[in-house]
Design a protein around this ligand. Structure first.
Ligand SMILES: C[S@@+](CC[C@H](N)C(=O)[O-])C[C@H]1O[C@@H](n2cnc3c(N)ncnc32)[C@H](O)[C@@H]1O
Length: 786
């Protein structure tokens, strides 16, 4: 997960990578207990302690427990979640009839009770700390704790674990909690069911008589529940009504009418809870009975829209518009579906709107945009597993894909997590963002089987079979292995900010000294918590430190564009990390977080430099960094600049590969700085040469045609540095030759599009900055030199 301390703003688009923590001696003691619990199971008695906690003690312990007790305060920082690595286990997939009933007294500690089930009743309200805990009893009065992991933050605990609720636990894991209380531990939510208290296998002493009601009564009670916002309860009542009708067999016209209403109303309830596939099924069943019903048609369209089936949604709405031309909601949804189809088919987005939403840091539902896949497809990759390949030649800046996040947790929903891996001889304690992404994703997957299947096809370090069929529970919901889903997230998630201002200097009013402007941007605090999310299509891109594609984030949307003009059948590679990090740091990150060694052209080149040449290279870089610090905002001496130029050239000489193949980012940034210093001492012609050389280091090759613009033989590597260099040339090069200035501006726009994901904002940001810089530059040229 993310390499960020919680109080450090994240670099844009950094993938989620954990950072190891320095823990205090107290923390260490706490973690030793976990080590005993999770790894040295043989040290723990097999049965609960001789004097197990009484019901009152269990209730008191839970009431008093804090987040810190559960490990959420480590290394003097508070976390939203503590995850202790435990031995992974599979979710139960067996039928209940194949399992044997057991009681709490029969439970063995540190044991998964395969082929068994228990039925318990909660005796307290559920409490959420690092996980959700409650105290339960069995029919014989024995008490213990129940801990449920991976419940999403928005879960209604009073509906999932209500006080007095009867719970069935399949193949339960009985273990010690992090606070050393004997507990049932549920990691896979399908291992736990809340039972109706009139079900046949509820213990006699808890079972109540089934109350048989009329379909009309079920419907009325369901409608009441809906109006009180108890949607889950409403779904249950509508479903019971439908079951009662089906069990009664033949029905008359009145009952038929009730069946229709129950289906149509349950469809609405499913829409409200995000079970869109089920909503669609109910709408379709209702429409078989009444093909021209206005509400059923609209609900079907809504379900199709939410399932991103925009074509079918549009068709249903066309039928509806013909039947009910006055229905304004249908017209609005039809127009929205049309827009989504254009986005899906042509990549035709309202980028301005996307930028505005992202700047306002709107939550997920506001990003109502479709996915787009450009001239690329997923194929087997010679690098690793699958990758994304071009189907035809693509141009630099061309859109490869736009993906909406499956989940994208923001702020508190995202949260920081401390990961503790208490292996016997090592203790890894790491922190990152994305505490609740796993739970949010699993909730989405349980509701939407298409998403569940797409996620399970992604790569995991566990090496699961992506083609294996996903098992389903008795309600048809997918059975998810929470450990595997979290592994998939760790390998494929990205962290970002909703909006990240790449070029804050464009808001500067004084653009005379361009190094000062560039430096000013470093002082602008990038506000906002990092987000952490999962995007399906983007997850198929493999990594390179010399990427030919780049991702950007606008709110919930991930945009990937080509960096270079690229031929057909080329694998498009993005960078998983900051490619300006040194070789060793990059490789350590790849090894720890993704489990691979990068063998791209840059890594191959850098891995070959060692010994004296490596030391010389590092010394040169350190000397150049020092020179920059010394010059700062002062007027540099010419001799200093000559020395700088020589050192940059010496660094360039290390490269045996042309910059068109491996861009020289460090050299380019030094040349950019040098050119600014030359500008500062009024050596404008030399400054322009510096900018040209800075471009050359990024692989840009061009020829000027005075009066006719610029011919680019190679557009080079396009990133934020390229944008800045091109923008400076657009403002200062070939004064009076508008064709050349316009060509530089057009090239800046392409690079800006790659970096920001869009260029609709260009004219009012970087474009305006170029125009202002040009005016300032002309004014400076006209000033008599002192
Ligand atoms: C986000 S997935 C990329 C898609 C993946 N190749 C697939 O088959 O779905 C990340 C994983 O791909 C592999 N990978 C990505 N870039 C790689 C590279 N340059 N060299 C080796 N393996 C790489 C690693 O196993 C990494 O954990």
């Amino acid at each position: 997960m993310d390499p960020l301390l919680p109080d450090v703003p994240p670099p844009r688009d950094s993938s989620a990578i954990p950072v190891e923590l320095q823990i205090t001696p107290d923390d260490f003691q706490f973690l030793r207990i976990q080590q005993v619990i999770f790894r040295h199971a043989s040290d723990i008695p097999e049965t609960p302690p001789a004097a197990p906690f009484s019901r009152t003690e269990l209730i008191d312990l839970l009431a008093q427990r804090t987040m810190a007790d559960e490990g959420c305060f480590l290394a003097e920082k508070d976390y939203d979640l503590a995850e202790f690595k435990i031995r992974e286990y599979e979710p139960s997939t067996k039928l209940l009839r194949d399992l044997e009933k057991q009681t709490i007294r029969e439970m063995k500690l540190m044991t998964r009770h395969t082929d068994k089930y228990v039925i318990v009743r909660t005796v307290t309200d559920a409490k959420r700390l690092s996980c959700v805990s409650t105290i339960v009893e069995d029919e014989h009065g024995a008490c213990t704790q129940l801990q449920v992991y991976n419940l999403p933050l928005n879960a209604r605990l009073d509906e999932i674990l209500p006080r007095g609720g009867i719970i069935l636990l399949r193949e339960p894991l009985y273990t010690l909690s992090t606070t050393v209380v004997p507990s049932f531990r549920v990691d896979h939510l399908s291992d736990m069911d809340l039972l109706d208290n009139d079900m046949c296998f509820v213990p006699d002493k808890w079972r109540v008589e089934r109350v048989v009601m009329t379909p009309a009564k079920y419907k009325d009670l369901g409608n009441n529940a809906m109006s009180e916002g108890a949607v889950k309860k409403a779904i249950k009542l509508y479903s019971d009504g439908l079951t009662a009708i089906d069990q009664a067999g033949d029905y008359d016209a009145v009952t038929r009418g009730h069946k229709f209403s129950l289906l149509r109303n349950r469809c609405l309830a499913y829409l409200r809870t995000g079970f869109y596939e089920r909503a669609l099924e109910d709408a379709d069943s209702a429409l078989v009975m009444e093909p021209e019903d206005e509400k059923a048609l609209f609900r079907k369209s809504k379900a199709l829209y939410e399932l991103h089936c925009y074509g079918r949604c549009g068709n249903t709405l066309q039928t509806m518009k013909a039947l009910f031309p006055e229905n304004k909601a249908a017209e609005a949804l039809y127009q929205a579906a049309r827009k989504r189809m254009f986005e899906e088919l042509r990549g035709d987005y309202d980028w301005g709107k996307m930028v505005e939403l992202a700047k306002e840091d709107k939550p997920s539902p506001f990003y109502d945009f479709a996915d787009y896949t450009g001239p690329v497809e997923v194929r087997e990759s010679p690098i690793s597993g699958h990758g994304v390949f071009t189907l035809e030649p693509v141009k630099a800046g061309e859109l490869l894909c736009v993906c909406k996040a499956v989940v994208n947790c923001r702020g508190k929903e995202n949260g920081t997590v401390v990961w503790v891996d208490t292996e016997p001889d090592k203790m890894i304690v790491a922190q990152s963002v994305g505490a609740h992404v796993g739970a949010a994703l699993m909730e989405k997957m349980r509701k939407d089987s298409k998403t569940a299947k797409q996620v399970m096809k992604l790569y995991s370090r566990a090496g699961h079979d992506p083609h294996a069929a996903l098992p389903e529970d008795h309600e048809g919901k997918p059975i998810l292995n929470s450990f595997l889903v979290k592994d998939i997230i760790r390998t494929n998630s990205f962290s970002s900010q909703s909006y990240y201002d790449e070029f804050p200097e464009t808001y500067a009013t004084n653009v005379a000294d361009f190094t000062a402007v560039v430096e000013a941007q470093n002082n602008i605090t990038k506000a906002g918590d990092p987000n952490c999310g999962l995007w399906i299509y983007s997850s198929y891109f493999n990594h390179s430190c010399v990427p030919n594609a780049r991702r950007s984030i606008l709110g919930d949307m991930m945009i990937v564009r080509a960096i270079y003009d690229t031929s057909a059948n080329t694998e498009m590679l993005i960078s998983y990390t900051d490619i300006k990090l040194d070789y060793k740091s990059r490789q350590a990150m790849f090894a720890n977080s993704w489990g691979f060694e990068c063998k791209c052209a840059l890594c191959t080149f850098e891995s070959a430099i060692s010994g004296r040449p490596l030391r010389k290279r590092i010394t040169l870089m350190q000397e150049l960094d020092l020179a920059n610090t010394r010059i700062g905002s002062s007027r540099p001496a010419r001799s200093d600049l000559v020395t700088m130029a020589i050192k940059i050239q010496q660094l360039e000489d290390f490269f045996t590969i042309p910059s068109t193949v491996v861009p020289r980012h460090y050299c380019s940034s030094q040349l950019f700085a040098l050119s600014a210093y030359l500008d500062r001492i009024n050596l404008q012609a030399q400054s322009t040469i510096g900018l040209e050389k800075a471009l050359d280091s990024l692989g840009v090759r061009f020829t000027r045609h005075p009066g006719n613009g610029i011919e680019f033989q190679n557009r080079g590597y396009l990133d934020a540095d390229t944008v800045r260099i091109l923008a400076r040339l657009a403002a200062t090069d070939a004064v009076g030759d508008t064709a050349i200035a316009d060509a530089w501006t057009a090239a800046t726009r392409v690079a800006y599009r790659v970096v920001c994901g869009e260029d609709e904002s260009f004219d009012r940001t970087m474009g305006a900055f170029i125009r202002l810089s040009r005016l300032t530059y002309l004014a400076l040229l006209e000033e008599p030199t002192s």
